[in-house]
Design a protein around this ligand. Structure first.
Ligand SMILES: Nc1ncnc2c1ncn2[C@@H]1O[C@H](COP(=O)(O)OP(=O)(O)OP(=O)(O)O)[C@@H](O)[C@H]1O
Ligand SMILES: [Mg+2]
Length: 259
């Protein structure tokens, strides 16, 4: 056993049923600290459902999720965010009528202490805190390359830029674990190439562990340390890209379709 490696996330026998459909079927795997870990599989394989069980949007029917060794299975999404897990969504969830800056600043409020206390008491944050929140939001927009358009409404950004804005918003929560659900969707080929470097730089800069769902196979293979493959809710392969790429079950279920 490698005693220096540490499991940031442990998925243990997670199952999620929707009526008669088993969307996620007894899935188990660990994600190590600072890993970039890919989750791939055909449409409807259960990838997003798995993310939803990790982030508390839906409860697993059975099984456990552990974060830093602590069970988080039945916590609410905002509690899980506070523990240090942030995500982006396959179907982008931004406040379309708010500016890029406001979208990031709102997320940031979850991290500021008196912001939360004042929030509970129905009071506004202190001016000092408000300034810190907006300064930090600006830094994050700068990081994702959107600072020159911080006052533009989110709905007026391209899909690729909205995905970057979602990443900035997720980072505002100061996560330890970042989950990205199809971050390259809607990006042009050039943006996809840049995305790999960008995700790696985020991991290094913020000492993140990253879990990402992505259909763009070259991106996943080039970026991820390890990959899990789901098919009809089941984990059919897990390992380094080279191993997964040559796995017969994976080729039949998924990669074969891609040519
Ligand atoms: N809330 C829900 N109610 C009922 N069925 C659901 C629900 N969410 C997902 N499903 C079903 O569960 C299965 C897995 O869906 P999921 O969205 O997790 O797949 P996915 O791997 O993310 O697919 P895609 O690549 O298309 O995003 C699908 O058959 C889907 O229709
Ligand atoms: Mg999905």
């Amino acid at each position: 056993m490698n005693i220096t490696s540490k499991s940031t996330l442990a998925i243990q026998q997670v199952t999620r049923r929707f009526g008669g459909l088993v969307a996620v079927n007894e899935v188990s795997f660990d994600v190590q600290e600072n890993e970039i870990f890919g989750v791939i599989g055909p449409n409807g394989a259960g990838k997003t459902t798995l993310f939803n069980t990790i982030t508390g949007l839906i409860a697993p029917t059975s099984g456990k999720v552990l974060f830093d060794g602590k069970e988080i299975t039945n916590f609410r999404p905002h509690q899980i965010a506070k523990f240090g897990i942030a995500r982006t969504f396959q179907n982008i969830r931004l406040f379309g009528e708010l500016s890029a800056l406001e979208n990031v600043a709102i997320a940031r409020h979850l991290r500021t202490t008196t912001g939360v206390l004042n929030g509970v008491l129905g009071l506004p944050p202190t001016p000092k805190e408000e300034k810190q929140t907006y300064d930090r939001a600006q830094e994050l927009l700068d990081l994702v390359g959107l600072s020159d358009r911080q006052d533009v409404k989110a709905k007026n950004f391209s899909y690729g830029d909205q995905r970057r804005l979602e990443i900035a918003r997720a980072l505002a929560l100061e996560p330890k674990l970042l989950l990205l659900d199809e971050p390259a969707a809607g990006m042009n080929p050039n943006e996809k190439v840049q995305l790999s470097d960008f995700i790696r730089s985020l991991r290094d800069r913020f000492a993140l562990t990253i879990l990402l769902i992505e259909h763009h196979v070259p991106l996943v293979m080039g970026l991820c340390d390890r990959i899990a493959v789901l098919d009809f809710g089941q984990l059919i392969a897990i390992g380094q890209p080279e191993i997964v790429k040559n796995d017969r079950a994976v080729i039949e279920a998924y990669l074969g379709d891609e040519g």
